[in-house]
Ligand binder design. Structure first.
Ligand SMILES: [Zn+2]
Length: 194
């Protein structure tokens, strides 16, 4: 399995696949051709990285990277993440963090914690409002098109869910640096951007 390049969701109605039959959803990674979404997911779930391997490799490159824990993940209710966002913002500000990049994780069907999304955000030191860490489940836009592949991936199988109480944070000196780290994370671990 080669290194994945930066990828973005790109959906068109359907694609025919030898393995999954006719009429499959499509997925496109940056620069690549549209491919069968189910084939992509078959490969994604078999990737070996876990929370521990990601944490180790990221800390080798970015020694300031740190795993944050939320003491009250149940604060998260139906997409209202104010409680968890406020707590997260406070923890980061206490560590003097402004812009940052993060990796969020999911539980697979064997309750293993695996990496899912790379993103960048900031605390209220550098932007208005709390960091948006997005443990949401809605994956379609108003036109009913799938625009959030990570959430769609979670919805595909019972037992897959966000790991809402741990997030890996890499502090950055500015938004541009956070963006560069995000790109590296996506390529290094084949993560979704949303
Ligand atoms: Zn397929």
């Amino acid at each position: 399995m080669g290194l994945r390049t930066w990828f973005k969701p790109w959906w068109k109605p359907t694609i025919d696949c030898e393995k999954h039959g006719k009429g499959n959803d499509t997925f496109k990674r940056g620069g690549g051709n549209a491919e069968c979404w189910s084939c992509y997911i078959d490969e994604f779930v078999n990737r070996n990285d876990t929370l521990e391997t990601v944490e180790n490799r990221v800390q080798k490159k970015y020694p300031k990277a740190k795993l944050y824990y939320f003491c009250d993940p149940d604060n998260y209710v139906h997409g209202k993440i104010t409680g968890i966002e406020r707590e997260f913002n406070k923890q980061l500000c206490n560590n003097n963090i402004g812009w940052f990049t993060y990796v969020s994780f999911y539980y697979n069907t064997n309750r293993k914690i695996k990496p899912l999304v790379a993103g960048k955000s900031g605390t209220d030191k550098v932007k208005a409002g709390y960091p948006d860490i997005g443990f949401s489940y809605s994956y379609k836009n108003k036109s009913n098109r799938i625009t959030q592949p990570a959430r769609y991936f979670l919805s595909m199988k019972k037992g897959r869910d966000w790991c809402k109480d741990k997030i890996l944070v890499i502090p950055a000196n500015c938004e541009g640096e956070a963006f560069g780290i995000e790109t590296w994370l996506m390529e290094e671990f084949s993560l979704f951007g949303c």
